[in-house]
Design a protein around this ligand. Sequence first.
Ligand code: HEC
Length: 139
Amino acid sequence: MKRLHVSRGWWLTGGGLLVLLLLTGAYFTLRYTVVAEALESISSVDEGNPLAYGATLFETRGCAGCHALQKAAASGDTGPDLTGLKSRGETYIRTSIVDPAAVVVPVCPEGPCEVGVMPNYGTILNESQVDALVAYLSE
Ligand code: HEC
């Protein structure tokens, strides 16, 4: 009897965790896609101007929530401060966005950086959006 009870507890915990994971996944998927697109459409962004488009995407796609960046007056502290990043070059910046696990920065503001915290924007953004962000961060 006791064993049965224990294993049922495990099922409930597992179910709870699964629901939590699904909700977290749904939150991030929606936040960086559907919600972001709605924000972009009301900001009347000029998609033909990569610097302006990049600045808008930096806000709408959640970058500013995790990264500090002086020119965006952003103060996120989950990921590294991106101020002065242009010295790393466009190729590095592009890779960091479309494949964040390729190079993991060692130190973040709150301790060692962890893989998998930054969403893989290679699966979220289209090419012109990545181009705009790279231009904005390399400016
Ligand atoms: C949920 C938090 C989070 C979001 C959202 C996020 N990042 Fe990150 N980012 C991180 C973390 C953590 C790292 C460090 C770990 C790594 O390198 O993968 C990082 C690393 C980076 C780096 C490398 C920085 C360096 O010093 O080498 C760049 C560039 C970057 N992010 C750009 C962006 C851009 C652009 C966006 C929005 C499109 C974005 N990030 C959204 C958390 C985030």
